[in-house]
Design a protein around this ligand. Sequence first.
Ligand SMILES: [Zn+2]
Length: 505
Amino acid sequence: MLAPVEFSPEKILLKEIRPENLTNLIKAADVADSIFWEQMFPNYEGLLKPQDRANQELREFIQFNYGPYDILNDDAAVLPVGPKQPGVGFYPASLSRDEFVKYVKNHPERAAIFQSPYTVIRGVNAHLKAVPYHIAYRGKVNQLSDMLNRARAVESHPAFREFLGQRAGDILTDDYFTSESTWVRLNDNPLDLVIGPYEVYEDQLMGLKSSYEARVLWRDFAESEKIQHFQREIPSLCKTLGPYLSKMLVMSDSRLELSVADILYAGGFARKGIPAIALTLPNDEKVIEEVGSRQIILKNILEAKFNNVAWPVINRVLLKPPSDPEQSRAHFFSHTLFHEISHSIGPHIIKINGETTTINRSLRQYYSVLEEAKADALGACILLSASDNQNRQVFLDLFVAGFLRSIRYGQSHAHGGANIIQFNYLLKEGAFDIDSDSGKMCVNHDVAHRAILKLATEIIRIQERGDFDLGKRFFESFCIQNQLIERLLRDLEDIPVDIRIKYRS
Ligand SMILES: [Zn+2]
């Protein structure tokens, strides 16, 4: 069950910008959306029997999941299509993980293009080839570039206009350095856009290939100003986390721009399933190192999730729930912010046997879920360091109860899996008990605080070593649905799992 919410850009349109500025961005987002369809499940229409086509509920389900697999039920198929391929449209269906690894090992000269986030793999067995996105999706990529150029022609903000033009060019070559660098420097454009291939979550075969997405954003200047001071304070907060973490958590000197925005429209990966509350982009390590990154909290999504889902869940599962929804909403906001910041601190580029690589490449299919668990736990540690005792207790209650909210996304979802890991880890550490009369959760605050720090440390150690086997073992030990989780989830059946956004264009 999802709580329906509707986001409409109308009121902004009328007051502050000309309609064509927004319309072109929305059309571009729709093209990015159609490329994502091709990546996920090309030609699902062909699968629908004539009687299915009139079935609105089924069509809505397929739109939500971008295919016939139920992402809220571990990708169970709802049409007779066979199980979901972990490599979806990025790899040939017959290609196994081991075959890919072996191929790259035997063809080191092709490793870069095969592992590129911007290529799809085609062919069979020994005859594999890597095809760049701009060739694989040529017609749509050209159309997208055209829409971005049209948006540029009517845009009046100079830096944003420059970004639109560069992005229009970069997607034609899959070399995104110039436009991503310009995007990172944007800091006062009211209308904002994320568009192109970014996140690798949908590649469950290798965790390498990026999904097309689009988000049209409206900057909230007042809220953005309130959080910008954290950027300066993070290094000293990290120093309070003990010698190992303060050594590992080096904030790069590069710029980190924190801001708050409302989302007006979304397409592709950004529209699939559970909407994210925040984003940290770009993912390209070179841009991050040389120019920096931006972190954006999506305020209208955050508020809708808190009101419709998080607050009811917390009140249901805790024996003594917090009394003040405003204070809790503020903690929810802060943890989202520190979660995002945590993605950008800690090890990224590592050395294994003298060779430079990334954690993503080393931990492969376990990378996303472990990185999300790290960001949650580390974000919590930073928030706890910045809080007084009373706030610390309220936050720990919200944090621990909040696992149940996200576990409902399912084990195959990066955030769902990350929350199962945290729940089981904290349970093992004695961070919470279950009250024998009511069956509700009781948080042991001091134990929980120590356990969260221990968890963050343990994951960062795995990342620092880039040890695939260690990551796999850790994942297999903690990412387990158990009877206690199932019982707690049964009590939440009447509370929406998340929100379903309807975007009015
Ligand atoms: Zn995250």
